[in-house]
Design a protein around this ligand. Structure first.
Ligand SMILES: CC(C)(COP(=O)(O)OP(=O)(O)OC[C@H]1O[C@@H](n2cnc3c(N)ncnc32)[C@H](O)[C@@H]1OP(=O)(O)O)[C@@H](O)C(=O)NCCC(=O)NCCS
Length: 167
């Protein structure tokens, strides 16, 4: 049986440097895949991305979860970062910040499990509106969220927002 079909989904351990490094690197891979190798690779430094990750692990800055998908050998196959956000009207909602699965582990339902766990956590925090933003042409992510009932609610020249309302 292919064990990667059933990865362990768990919160990151902020004391484990290798986990922080893997997620930081994956944040950069995400930018490169979505924006193109060069633009995405140069958009933020690794130091900036690491600090951004650490902000999500600091309860003084964000109410957030960094969730990892791990195989039975302890390899990290992907992650999602979710947090509570406030919109321009001061209303809280849940935001998926990045979702990434390593190319060799894709199309096995790992992102579905990450998104589900992110959704569970955000709903436990009382969020009834969940959203994610991505590039207009990111068909993989759009397919993933649309299949879970999220709808496009906003489009700009480069980005769109997918949203699901549980209320
Ligand atoms: C988007 C991403 C996280 C999906 O990860 P994954 O583990 O392969 O996704 P899953 O296997 O759970 O797929 C779930 C659903 O997503 C959609 N999907 C996934 N890959 C897709 C693709 N290449 N084309 C179209 N739809 C796709 C499908 O609806 C799929 O369901 P199906 O396999 O039953 O058709 C992954 O492709 C990725 O890391 N992409 C690069 C990073 C990125 O763009 N992140 C978002 C930044 S905002």
């Amino acid at each position: 049986m292919d064990m990667t079909l059933n990865p362990l989904i768990r919160a990151i351990n902020p004391d484990v440097e290798a986990e922080l490094a893997t997620v930081t690197e994956s944040m950069r891979f995400t930018l490169q895949e979505v924006m193109g190798e060069e633009r995405g690779g140069n958009y933020y430094t690794l130091e900036w991305l690491r600090n951004r990750l650490l902000q999500h692990l600091d309860p003084g800055q964000y109410q957030a979860q960094v969730l990892l998908a791990e195989d039975y050998d302890g390899n990290i196959l992907g992650h999602t970062i979710v947090r509570m956000e406030r919109d321009e009207k001061g209303q809280n909602f849940g935001l998926y910040s990045t979702t990434y699965v390593k190319p060799e582990a894709r199309r096995r339902g790992i992102a579905v499990q990450l998104v589900q766990r992110g959704e569970d956590w955000l709903r436990e925090q009382g969020m009834t509106r969940l959203a994610t933003d991505t590039a207009l042409d990111n068909d993989k992510l759009i397919g993933l969220f649309q299949a879970r009932g999220y709808e496009v609610v906003f489009r700009s020249r480069e980005m769109l927002r997918l949203q699901k309302d549980f209320a």
